[in-house]
Design a protein around this ligand. Structure first.
Ligand code: ADP
Ligand code: MG
Length: 339
C-alpha cells in the first residue's frame, strides 16, 4: 500500500475555503456575485459585527430549483460553465463552483430559495459542511442566504480577523465597487441595522456615483467614452482639481467584473498628463466591454486580476478618451463661452 490518499470532499472544501474565504468581505463578494449572476434587480446585504456574526444576502433572481439546492453546495458544482471551451468565454462572475461549498465548510449557512412563482421553495441548513436540514418552505422567487459565525470551526483563521471596523471597511469598499459596476441593480448594505449604501438601480451611473461618493462629487464628474474595433469604453472621470491621495477612487469594470489593473490605471493617469498634481489621483469609473475571449479572468481564485490579449489597443483607447474629455473642458472656461 502506498502512502498517498485522495482527500475526501469535506477536507478538500476546508482547504479550498482557506483560499476562497479569506475574510467576511470575501463571503459578501461571492454571495453578491451569485445574486448578480442569477439576474437579480434587487440585492440586499445585511451584516452584523463586520460580517463575523452574520452575512445575509437576499436577492430577487432566478433562485435554485429544489433538485439543485444541495448540489449547489458540492465542490465544483456550477450551472455556469460545462466544458473547458467555456472557460475562454466567461460571461458570468462565477464559474468555479467553489464558493458555496467553501463558505459552508467554515460557517453555519441557511439558504432559502425558490425558482418559481408558486410561493414555495426550499430551506437548506448546513453547518461546517454537513447538511442539517432540508425542507419545503414558503419563499418568494429568489434566494435568501445567511452565513452565521464565520470561521467558528477554524479558530486559527478567526484569530486573524481584524477589528469590526476593518472588516466592515472591506465589505463597504466591495459593495461600492459593485454598485458602480451595476447601476441597473438596486443594492442596499446595512451594518447592525444601519443603512450604509442604497442605490436606486435606475441604470444611471451618475446616480450610483452619487450614492457612493455623495452628490457634490457626482456633480463634478465628466462623461467619458470611446470605442475601438475590440473595446468599448464608457464612464465618468473627475475634473483634475478633484483629486485624492491614492488610487482607491479608481474603479475599473470589465464586462461587469470589478478588477484591478495596473496598465488601466496608468493609461488613465497618462490621459490626465500634467493636469494632476504629483502624488494625486482622480476618481473614475471605467466600464469596459469586450469580447470575453479577449480577456483571461481565470488568473486567480479571487478573480481580481485579469490579462488582456490586446493591451496596447486598450491603453490607447483609455488615454485618448480621457485626453479628449479633459480637452473639451478646457476649451469652454467656467462661466462663459470661448472667446
Ligand atoms: P459558481 O458561482 O462558481 O457557479 P457557487 O458555489 O458560487 O459557484 O454557486 C454554485 C451554484 O449555485 C451556481 O452555479 C448557481 O447555479 C447556484 N446559485 C448560487 N447562488 C445563487 C443565487 N443567489 N441565485 C441562484 N442560483 C444560485
Ligand atoms: Mg459563485
Amino acid at each position: 500500500m502506498g502512502k498517498i490518499t485522495i482527500l475526501d470532499e469535506h477536507i478538500a472544501n476546508q482547504i479550498a475555503a482557506g483560499e476562497v474565504v479569506e475574510r467576511p468581505s470575501s463571503v459578501v463578494k461571492e454571495l453578491v456575485e451569485n445574486a448578480v449572476d442569477a439576474g437579480s434587480t434587487r440585492v440586499d446585504v445585511s451584516i452584523e459585527e463586520g460580517g463575523l456574526q452574520l452575512i445575509r444576502v437576499t436577492d430577487n433572481g432566478g433562485g435554485i430549483e429544489e433538485d439543485d439546492v444541495e448540489a449547489a453546495f458540492f465542490r465544483h458544482a456550477t450551472s455556469k460553465i460545462a466544458t473547458s471551451q467555456d472557460l475562454f468565454s466567461i460571461r458570468t462572475l462565477g464559474f468555479r463552483g467553489e464558493a458555496l461549498p467553501s463558505i459552508a465548510a467554515v460557517s453555519k449557512v441557511e439558504c432559502l430559495t425558490s425558482a418559481g412563482s408558486t410561493g414555495l421553495g426550499t430551506r437548506l441548513r448546513i453547518e461546517g459542511g454537513t447538511v442539517r436540514l432540508k425542507e419545503d418552505a414558503a419563499a418568494q422567487r429568489g434566494t435568501d442566504l445567511s452565513v452565521r459565525e464565520l470561521f467558528y470551526n477554524t479558530p486559527a483563521r478567526l484569530k486573524y480577523m481584524k477589528t469590526v471596523q476593518t472588516e466592515l471597511g472591506h465589505v463597504t469598499d466591495y459593495m461600492y465597487r459593485l454598485a458602480l459596476a451595476y447601476p441597473n441593480i438596486a443594492f442596499t448594505l446595512k451594518h447592525n441595522g444601519h443603512v450604509l449604501l442604497q442605490t436606486l438601480g435606475s441604470g444611471d451611473l451618475l446616480q450610483a456615483v452619487a450614492a457612493v461618493y455623495g452628490s457634490s462629487l457626482a456633480k463634478s464628474m465628466l462623461k467619458i467614452e470611446g470605442e475601438t474595433l475590440d473595446y468599448k469604453l464608457e464612464g465618468l472621470i473627475s475634473k483634475p482639481e478633484l483629486t485624492r491621495a491614492n488610487r482607491g477612487g479608481i474603479t475599473t469594470v470589465i464586462n461587469g467584473r470589478y478588477i484591478r489593473s495596473f496598465p488601466v490605471n496608468q493609461a488613465l493617469l497618462q490621459g490626465y498628463h500634467t493636469l494632476l498634481p504629483i502624488g494625486r489621483f482622480p476618481v473614475a469609473v471605467l466600464h469596459l466591454t469586450m469580447d470575453p475571449t479577449l480577456v483571461d479572468v481565470n488568473v486567480h481564485p479571487a478573480k481580481l486580476e485579469v490579462r488582456f490579449s490586446k493591451e496596447p489597443e486598450l491603453i490607447a483607447l483609455i488615454e485618448n478618451a480621457v485626453r479628449e474629455t479633459l480637452g473639451r473642458q478646457r476649451l469652454i472656461p467656467q462661466g462663459g463661452a470661448p472667446a
